[in-house]
Write a protein that binds this ligand. Sequence first.
Ligand SMILES: [Zn+2]
Length: 418
Amino acid sequence: MTSEAAVAKALEALDPNACVRLAQDLIRVPSVTGDERAVQDLVALTLEEAGLEVDRFDADLGRLKAHPRFPGMEVERREAVLVAGLLGQKGGRSLILNGHVDVVPPGDRQAWHTSPWSAHIQSGRLYGRGACDMKSGLAVAIGAAAALKKSGLPLRGRLIVQSVVGEEDGGIGSFAMADRGHRADAAYVLEPTRLRVIPAQAGALTFRLRVRGRAAHASVRYDGISAIEKYELVEARLRQLERSLNQHPHPLFSRYPIAYALSIGRLRSGSWSATVPDELECEGRLGVPVGMASAEARRQFAAAIADAAQRDPWLAEHPPQVEWYGGQFDAVEVDPELPAFAALRAAHAEEFGVAPELEGAPYGSDMRLLVHEADTPALLYGPGDIRQAHATDEWIAVDEIVQAARVVTAAAARYLAA
Ligand SMILES: [Zn+2]
């Protein structure tokens, strides 16, 4: 069979409305990071009903946490339930479709115009926490696999749908999948990219920084050392580091004002308004340029702080303390010309009559775990706009879910059909 005929057969078997309904069903099962068992039950059932072989397992948290490359975790969790759906057989070509089921908390419920778990459709938009990031993407993956199964097309190898947990706080789910031995020649991670192809992704490293001062009564503040004022010296030096990391960004990042952002997200200092603060603690994230190892970024960060410290007598004697904790996302880049990626770009071009745009992503995702831990070249491609991710009244355009389902189904058929 020609690949055109295989694609036509797969698209005939695709039920795009079922993808939309599945996205709705997935949104209606709340699954804030750390609490994903119920939604994984639904995913496993759906994969089974579609006729896929299901590999469902509980990650061994203790063992994974002790792993030297454990990707970090920010919520307390008692379990991590993983589900994979397998189609075809081992050997030949293989392709992973990866999506995460966990979502960030909805935040202030009053700010939402209806329940975050309503999954209602209004004026062509599907609303709900996870609508964009990324239950629609996962529904597309499952829908594409179901279409391939239903089409009866003989495959040259295996299609694996990965439904993972814990993406939002580091990536324990995709890490566990790699540890389980799930590998493929390529992977599409269906994060919201507005149907652009993202073969390069910046890293993001979470840090904590402690700066010391010396307490004194505010009326004689000159007798004390303000940790806030000392922090300002460090912060100025960190801005300089950010500029130097952004001097020559990767060409796919040229549209961003700052490709690799260094941002302080939390800051706490002092214990009393009339006391000179003797300690400041802050937490933030350091963006890692594409092409730079995380270890090198950490080294430059430490060097910048040491440089600020040695210019100030107090800081030289009381050097700020740096700690790396929580999500540690390496930067990653893959070759967009690999056959599985060429198949995706061709399928997109076929659907829209124009080739997809290539872009770099300034945020982290599970892409780097597939590449680094599972030896599986991965890129991001999926429905939805990242600006809707984590937002109040999060939504996705229903049309985009349908388009993504058609492109991913066609790409999988093009790449895998015998
Ligand atoms: Zn996501």
